[in-house]
Design a protein around this ligand. Structure first.
Ligand code: RUQ
Ligand code: CUA
Ligand code: CA
Length: 641
């Protein structure tokens, strides 16, 4: 096969009506979005012909009261800065997990414990109060989720948060040095050299925006100084391990099941500063990292550091990686401004979606490894299919039966296509019909995921499509519309739209997994909190100069102290332990005029520190409805003048 042939996108007969979107057409991307929206007459779900055999949705459109969902969905919350937990198939939102931004319900960003995780300035105030979560992925063992952790990125301030899936709380946040526009993340699924480590020990992070390194203000007008870094964070310690200096940028991230490869799609190989520059080339890249070699280079001391950061940075640029046998990176050419790179559950392929090209590119991982071993002459030969699917392909999900489902943002459609047939078609069999089905969605889908899609155990039951525009699908609520998360049954040949769920802006990525893969605990353990007050009799006020510590406990319907007294000007640390050990018996503590509110779950301890700067009587009270005497659950804080 000639290189030329491999690089030319091949078209499925009858659907290859449009090719690349050019700069002129994209001059107003907003305009493109507006005029491809379907009129509301097209809003009703397109009837799919009834498929042979039973569908997952046959009996479960709505769960009956008291019935539990069979899958969890962990979803990002976009510039809400939070993380969400939903039940699938009901689409009910069960929980929001605060991480990067303060949360009034639980007092995240108010308690000392949460502030320590979030990070503070020298004056004790929060370092950041905004976040933009996009990508969420969980830890793996043997190619499936192991229920230990999940991670989510903050694009605004370049942070990675970890969630413990035993308590569904954020326990660590790491700020990544020398990057901006932190976008894609993916945990590894195995170690590249030690086969005994068949679980996640690293999290890879892609930076979308290139910045001068170091970013001190000296090199703002020197384009050659602008770079982005691909970063690795230790899954357990959450410390930075290493970074790779690259040409172009990172966007989304994927990892192979054998731990040997990670990849990121690149839409700005041009290193453009303006969008016209970023879309000037006909092709960009899917950039592969040889993890074992990167880590060997770090071990061998072949790295630099930038600015104040001590994190080793190895050189992954084109210039430094010309010889495949020593290369740390491989730049696989893919069409114009790709978005999304997803690993197929058979562990063989990464699929890179075209975005500005109507194609998807299938890259065979064994061939990329062959290239690194010097056994494949042309890297482009790792591309085993590059086929047209429709306009604006963004993300791809899988059903475990060889089919892929790609969101078509501009066409407002899901396209179901068969990977093996697409490979046949690309190899020259023009009778191979790789497009299996199309389904209109409402409207402009971004992310998609299917049940267990990003594991070896993809089960092809449910798919959720995150539609960026909901338009006319819900009661109008003013200018800011909810998004439309659509539930689609993919258990049959045809996709069947089952339900619309509104979502507050703005979820991006999500994962859907079987409920028995996590074992959440619903009551804390007293011993887990060094500050816990185990006996209500130990409650009281301890003074140390101007620093005052108040210990108290809660047991419905009372706090252990009826009142406590401090002096104006004291720095007060209030430590509250909830001694109620019954599931669901959470108390809250709010202090009027002191801007304090937080909750303590069963057997949890939390603390707040504040300056008693206002004299008077302050009724602190329980905010979380806990008892018939919940309203009476209040005590006095007396601040003496
Ligand atoms: S990226 S659809 Cu973070 Cu696709 Cu949002
Ligand atoms: Cu305790 Cu309400
Ligand atoms: Ca580009």
């Amino acid at each position: 096969m000639t290189q030329d042939k491999q690089l030319k996108p091949t078209a499925q007969a009858g659907i290859g009506r449009r090719s690349f979107i050019n700069t002129a057409a994209l001059a107003s991307l907003a305009g493109v979005v507006a005029c491809t929206e379907k009129p509301s007459s097209a809003a009703a779900p397109v009837a799919s012909a009834p498929a042979a055999g039973a569908h997952a949705s046959d009996n479960v459109t709505h769960l009956k009261p008291g019935e539990l969902d069979t899958y969890y969905e962990l979803s990002s919350g976009g510039h809400n800065g939070d993380m969400r937990v939903l039940g699938i198939p009901s689409g009910r939102e069960l929980h929001r997990i605060p991480c990067f931004v303060p949360d009034a319900l639980v007092g995240w960003g108010i308690t000392n414990e949460s502030k320590k995780i979030m990070g503070t300035k020298p004056d004790g105030s929060l370092k950041y109060t905004v976040g933009d979560t996009h990508h969420i992925h969980a830890s793996y063992k043997d190619g499936n989720y192991d229920g230990r952790y999940a991670w989510v990125n903050d694009k605004i301030n370049g942070r990675l948060a970890r969630l413990r899936l035993d308590y569904f709380v954020c326990d660590k946040i790491t700020e990544i040095p020398n990057i901006q526009g932190f976008h894609g993340i993916f945990p590894d699924k195995a170690d590249p050299v030690d086969p005994k480590i068949n679980y996640t020990t690293r999290v890879f992070c892609g930076a979308e925006f290139a910045i001068p390194l170091p970013n001190t203000g000296a090199d703002v007008n020197k384009p050659e100084k602008y770079h982005s870094l691909f970063s690795c964070v230790d899954a357990e310690s959450m410390e930075m391990r290493w970074q790779v200096l690259i040409d172009g940028n990172c966007d989304l991230t994927a990892t192979s099941y054998d731990g040997k490869l990670a990849a990121t799609n690149q839409y700005n190989t041009e290193n453009g500063v303006h969008y016209e520059d970023m879309m000037s080339a006909e092709r960009d890249a899917c950039l592969f990292f040889n993890i074992a070699r990167v880590e060997q280079a770090v071990k061998d001391g072949k790295f630099k550091t930038y600015g104040d950061s001590k994190v080793p940075v190895v050189d992954g640029t084109h210039a430094a990686n010309k010889d495949p046998k020593t290369a740390l990176t491989a730049y696989v050419s893919v069409p114009k401004n790709p978005h999304g790179v997803n690993a197929s559950p058979d562990a063989k392929y990464f699929i890179c979606a075209g975005k500005l090209s109507p194609t998807v590119t299938v890259i065979e991982l064994a061939k990329v490894l062959d290239w690194f071993d010097g056994k494949l002459e042309k890297l482009d030969a790792a591309i085993v299919a590059e086929v047209e699917v429709g306009l604006g392909p963004l993300h791809t999900a899988f059903d475990g039966r060889g089919n892929a489902y790609t969101t078509l943002f501009l066409d407002s459609q899901m396209v179901k296509w068969n990977v093996a047939t697409a490979i046949k078609f690309h190899a020259g069999d023009k009778t191979a019909k790789y497009v299996v089905d199309r389904l209109d969605v409402q409207y402009q889908p971004g992310h998609v995921n299917a049940s267990q899609s990003e594991t070896r155990a993809a089960d092809g039951k449910w798919m959720v499509v995150g539609c960026k525009f909901s338009k006319d699908r819900f009661l109008p609520v003013g200018p800011l519309h909810p998004e439309n998360e659509q539930l689609i049954d993919i258990s049959g040949e045809k996709m069947v739209l089952v339900a619309d769920h509104p979502a507050r802006g703005e979820p991006h990525d999500f994962i859907i997994f079987k409920r028995d893969l996590v074992r959440p605990k619903q009551v804390y353990a007293l011993e887990d909190f060094p500050l816990a007050t185990k006996d209500p009799k130990d409650s009281g006020v301890v003074r140390n100069g101007k620093k005052v510590t108040v210990r108290l406990t809660s047991q419905a319907p009372a706090f252990s102290l009826r009142e406590f007294t401090v002096k104006k000007g004291d720095e007060v640390t209030l430590i509250l332990t909830n001694l109620d050990k019954v599931e669901d018996l959470t108390h809250g503590l709010a202090i009027p005029k002191y801007n304090i509110q937080f909750v303590v779950n069963p057997l949890e301890t939390a603390s707040v520190t504040f300056l008693a700067d206002k004299p008077g009587v302050f009724w602190f009270y329980c905010t979380n409805f806990c008892h018939a005497l919940h309203l009476e659950m209040r005590s006095r804080m007396i601040v003496e003048a």
